[in-house]
Design a protein around this ligand. Sequence first.
Ligand SMILES: [Mg+2]
Length: 343
Amino acid sequence: MAKTDDITRLERFEGCLIGGAAGDALGYPVEFSSYEGICARYGAQGITSYAADGFSDLALFSDDTQMALFTAEGLLAAGPDASRATFVRKIHRAYLDWLKTQEQLPPAGSDGSSLLDEPQLYARRAPGNTCLSALRSHKMGLMEKPLNNSKGCGGVMRVAPVGLFVDDADEAAFVAAMAAAITHGHSMGYVPAAALAFIVNRCVYGDFVSLQAVVGECIDRLPTWFDDDRAAAEDMGRQLARAAELAAGDVPDAANIKVLGEGWVGDEALAIAVYACLRHEDDFGAVLVAAVNHDGDSDSTGAIAGNVMGAWLGLGAIGPEWTERLELRDLILRLASDLEAAV
Ligand SMILES: [Mg+2]
């Protein structure tokens, strides 16, 4: 489906954040299940609708969305004209506030992020050890001074808001890579984050006729951002190209995703998410279902796919089955609107 000017910028911001939370919430109950296990439990099509929490009847999202919301808070604290250094310092501060929600009881303090006033965010939803231990060190990882050698997808899964807020696409890529490198020191921990922010940015601000064209532009731009990690950037580009190639064929999703990996690492998570988006370009629900039904890190691949598809199609394309029971929906919409108003 071609990009249409009928979708407002606000609808794309809302779609990106709600879409990410929806994909995360669909995938979270099956994050640690094999594809076979998912089908045994939910039927031959896999999980196709929310498995709501038995206590609250809400669709709960995981650390991916929690951290994305804190990324948004960090961006808002920095303001749209901030320097790269300020963006990353504020995002790091926001992540330290997220760490409080994982380790303390609410309210954890009044001088930090306003998200600390939201009791529902004080919930541990399988947070990644790399994020926890990097943040507990209170040191801020940098690409040129990494804290660890992690290429987990915890860097890329949380940076979509950077692509919304930083309107220059190359700058968004760089800020997102820095935001991921706060906790993930391997090049495949932060190179995919740059690619995701670029793709989200181009969905919102670009003038592309197709999502495939957006991804093509990303593949071309990737090596230009990383002088010291050129091989990783080119490798990321090859994986995205492979995802696009598979999406154009007619092999079933689960078999194609097996070729791309499991998504525990950043590059595979992005490739799987982009595959799902390109394969089902005009159908938000089909994208999410494809993105979460596999052996790997379903909530993260779902979250990333939802971010991209929501930014491309806008909130209006996300049906009520994905929004009505989504936890903290109003908070997410408020953040989207705050980000959009500040740009
Ligand atoms: Mg998660």
